[in-house]
Design a protein around this ligand. Structure first.
Ligand code: URA
Length: 219
């Protein structure tokens, strides 16, 4: 199967469509044999009302544990905030078998495999996009997509074949998507953004609270 043949494809745990990412994972299997080192699947109820989209698995986080935003700095604030809003059952996500449950939401990434230096190429984002498109298709028809960062924002629009120029990334902004769903933007909860104060805990909480309120309004 070639990338161009897939329009809307469900997640494949052994996907090797991106040669650079497949080779990087192969190397990681030798260096960190105890790590997950595979495409990281979405986590949570497939037909949840809220889909949170990150960038890509972190090296020693999702790539190690097999659950998005789990095991590294980026997930600490995210799961704490989700817990405070009643969207998950624990304050911390430690491992894929820690019994944490998401409540009414699902978390995925724009790119499912660990990219070198945390930076997927445009081609890799494009190749992985059918998986995101499929995840969006499972989201409730009036659901809410929460994009963590500009790359996630652009990947969601790509999944919709919508023009990026018509949807400017603005933290806390609500965009109406071409169907009945909406997109809410947030700065990514990366170490860099939280250390520099670009994203504070209260900014993330307000943006997620907004997304949550739109989810329930749309019921
Ligand atoms: N971990 C993820 O799963 N996604 C990110 O975007 C960052 C860390």
């Amino acid at each position: 199967m070639r990338a161009v043949d897939i329009i809307n494809s469900s997640f494949k745990k052994n996907c090797t469509l991106c040669p650079r990412l497949a080779s990087h994972l192969q190397t990681q299997r030798l260096i960190y044999p105890e790590y997950f080192n595979l495409p990281v699947p979405a986590f949570g109820d497939p037909d949840a009302g809220l889909l949170i989209v990150g960038l890509a698995p972190g090296h020693h986080g999702a790539n190690a544990t097999g659950r998005p935003f789990t095991g590294d700095h980026a997930g600490i604030l995210l799961y704490k905030t989700l817990f405070e809003l009643g969207l998950c059952t624990k304050t911390e996500s430690i491992s894929a078998d820690d019994n944490l449950r998401l409540l009414g939401c699902r978390i995925t990434n724009a790119v499912k495999c660990l990219p070198p230096k945390n930076r997927p190429t445009t081609e890799e984002i494009r190749t992985c996009n059918p998986y995101l498109r499929h995840e969006i298709s499972l989201l409730r028809s009036n659901g809410v997509i929460f994009a963590l960062g500009g790359i996630a924002h652009a990947a969601v629009l790509r999944a919709y074949k919508a023009k990026l120029s018509e949807y400017k990334f603005i933290h806390g902004h609500v965009h109406s998507l071409p169907d009945s769903r909406v997109l809410v933007d947030s700065y990514h909860c990366s170490r860099y953004n939280t250390n520099t104060g670009r994203l504070t805990p209260s900014m993330l909480k307000s943006a997620l609270e907004l997304a949550q309120s739109l989810t329930t309004q749309n019921l």
